[in-house]
Design a protein around this ligand. Structure first.
Ligand code: USQ
Length: 394
């Protein structure tokens, strides 16, 4: 099986590439270094430096003998995307640089993933909308034109649903109206432009499914935490990118770093904001199960990809508990919320489908946090406290 990973240099892209490669799949990754370049441009730092994607693929090959083909290119350019399907791809690194053929599955991570980034100003809003929608549209047309049978696994987000005052279903809602009934996408109401771009690309692919019988799975994922996977343990240089800043860092990863440098936990507002979370290892399991259980032609399959829910206050209390193992008295600071979001709300999402397919969740606990902090401790000297919170208002 041939897997094409768009956004293969990112927080999830690189671990996904190694995961599938380790399991005998032929893997090709594509990236334009958007994330790394943005970190440099915005001076937000990373916990540790990363080898280039080509260097990573070589290190992986030295250890395992497996090949991850690397294409460095901007997927907003339709010709770059089409080259991955029509044999014109230019590999920046490959053991065998002949074309691997049409991919059986495309995993689409090639998006600007940060909500704060999308609201920095009109320029970053534009970059978010144009990158995310153009890559998705280019992918949709490449599959339509060259590979109707290829399964698209697209990373969506739970944030597409927002925080409605009703239970959140897995993607769809049956509606009865004036004596008639039909099934529609569950109502979406995002609270950032990034999340709005994800709603739009779900809509784009839903259009492609209806028009051209494309096969699409949309994974509505919550915030992910963690950095170590089975494959990254092989060599320290294979670790994924780890951000703890206000723009690219997500909450659990940020709290672990904050605790270790005695920076009071940055709880935004009242801290009642509740989200569905998952370990990076569970992302890999879910994506694998989505790949193995492909959507049928003309089907948009939607899974809610979370393993449990927590409020910000609950995460802060758990971090305090984890800090005790290091003799740290973790403090909590309720900051004025830089975001516009509900701080106290109903939240009851359904997330049974991936569990039914066989995911074995790695649940979050103070012990799991301790293990993360143990790893972060090795890089403690690299931590920059000036990038943790600047109060970028939405
Ligand atoms: N939060 C704090 N303090 C912090 C950071 C965040 O209280 O220092 C709060 C936020 O206000 C928010 C919640 O924690 O209510 C989660 O924030 P986050 O920054 O961890 O995650 P978010 O911006 O929602 O986005 C992340 C990923 C995004 C993914 C999304 C899933 O960056 O790519 O789509 O999680 S979800 O949140 O379900 O939409």
């Amino acid at each position: 099986m041939h897997i094409l990973i768009l956004g293969g240099d990112g927080y999830l892209g690189w671990p996904t590439a190694m995961y599938f490669s380790n399991r005998g799949y032929q893997v090709t990754v594509v990236d334009n270094y958007f994330r790394r370049n943005s970190c440099t441009e915005l001076d937000v730092g990373m916990l540790y430096p990363l080898p280039s994607l080509v260097e990573r693929a070589k290190i992986w090959n030295e250890h395992t003998g497996h090949e991850i083909k690397v294409v460095i290119g901007d997927l907003t350019d339709p010709e770059v995307l089409r080259s991955l399907f029509n044999g014109a791809a230019h590999y920046s690194w490959a053991v065998d640089s002949s074309f691997t053929g049409i991919p059986d599955t495309v995993i689409h991570y090639a998006e600007q993933p940060s909500a704060p980034y999308s609201l920095l100003n009109y320029k970053y809003a534009n970059i978010t909308l144009s990158n995310n929608l153009l890559v998705t549209n280019n992918l949709m047309f490449a599959v339509r034109d060259f590979a109707r049978n290829t399964h698209i696994v697209k990373l969506g987000t739970m944030g597409e649903y927002g925080t409605p005052n009703i239970d959140i279903e897995e993607g769809w809602l049956d509606i009865e109206h004036k004596g008639r009934s039909d099934r529609f996408l569950f109502p979406r109401q995002a609270s950032s432009l990034y999340h709005t771009s994800k709603i739009m690309d779900t809509d784009l692919l839903w259009f492609g499914v209806r028009l051209w019988n494309l096969r699409v799975t949309d994974l509505m994922q919550g915030p992910v935490y963690g950095m170590e996977t089975e494959e990254s343990k092989i060599d320290e240089r294979l670790k994924t990118i780890f951000n703890y800043d206000e723009i690219f860092g997500t909450i659990v990863n940020r709290f672990m770093v904050q605790a270790l440098v005695d920076y009071p936990l940055t709880v935004y507002g009242k801290g009642g904001q509740t989200r569905g979370y998952l370990n990076i290892n569970d992302t890999l399991q879910c994506v694998h199960l989505a790949e193995q259980n492909a959507a049928d032609p003309g089907e948009l399959r939607i899974y809610n990809q979370i393993m449990e829910t927590f409020s910000v206050n609950e995460l802060a209390a758990m971090t305090q508990e984890a800090g005790k193992a290091f003799g740290i008295d973790v403090k909590i600071n309720h900051l004025e919320n830089p975001r516009i979001e509900a701080e106290e709300h109903y939240y009851n999402p359904t997330y049974q489908s991936l569990l039914n397919l066989g995911v074995k969740p790695h649940l979050l606990s103070a012990e799991v946090m301790e293990q993360m902090m143990q790893i972060i401790l090795k890089y403690k000297n690299n931590i920059r406290t000036d990038i943790i919170f600047k109060g970028l208002k939405w």
